[in-house]
Each structure stands twice: as C-alpha cells, then as structure tokens.
Design a protein around this ligand. Sequence first.
Ligand code: ZN
Length: 159
Amino acid sequence: NRKFNLDVWLMLDDLRDLYQEVIFDHNRNPRNFRAMDDADRQIDGFNPLCGDRLTLFIKISDGGVISEASFQGQGCAISTASASLMTEIVKGKTEEEAEQLFTLFHKMATGEHVEMDELGKLAVLAGVCEYPARVKCATLPWHTLDALLKGSEEPVTTE
Ligand code: ZN
C-alpha cells in the first residue's frame, strides 16, 4: 500500500528532524560542560579518527550511585551531543546501571537491535549506525565512562 508507506516515510522524516534538533541543541548548548575540581575520578578520551577529545569527571556516592557527571573537551557535534546526553542520563544511576546503558548504547550505535524504550533520550543518536565513520564519535564518551567505571586512569582511545 503506497499511501501507507508514504505516511511511514513522512513519520520517519519527522522523527529524524526531531532527533537532529536534539543533537544540535546538545551540541550548541552542552549540558554538564565543566571541569569538576572535586571529582572522585576523571579520565581522558580520544578518538583519533575524528579528533574528538574529552575529559570526563564523575562523583560517586557511598551507595555506588553516580551523583554527578561532567565533561570538557573539543569534538564534533556528534561527540559533544553524545557526551552531553550521557552526563545527563547517568546522573542518579548506579555504576552497574551505567554499564548496562553503555552496552545498550554501543549495540544501538553499531546497528544491533535494541529496545529503544530502554535508551530514552539516547535514541536520538540511533542514526549514527548508518554512518560508520561517526560511530566512534558517538561511542567515545561511553568508552571513556566504561574505562573510568572499571577503575582505569589510562587515557582511552577508540583506535
Ligand atoms: Zn567526531
């Protein structure tokens, strides 16, 4: 049914526009974009493929909950928006929950099937799986967080 297909495509276009709007917004006005002097842990991440760099800072409460997350650095729109969204979503999550989100996000970004509901706002970056060169831009902040949660202090590189 041609009409139906057209409607579906129109809907997808609207969704893409919406997703792009969110990405542009987080790039223009990144959330939690600041150094944290009293961070419990911090670590650097680098994506040589694109030149994205960030330093990630977190505070962890006694119960193993990420009470604050922030970042600084310079990167493309995708890496900046991804870091901004990540610092927003992991706040209030346990380390274990954050690791689960990393796994889900990584699957989504590399084109594996995931339940989008579980990803919340992070779903706006689902489109990167269509652009292999940008996957590392989107996953850099998450690889950096993963290393930090595993207790590493070595700079992270996606290559
Ligand atoms: Zn990039």
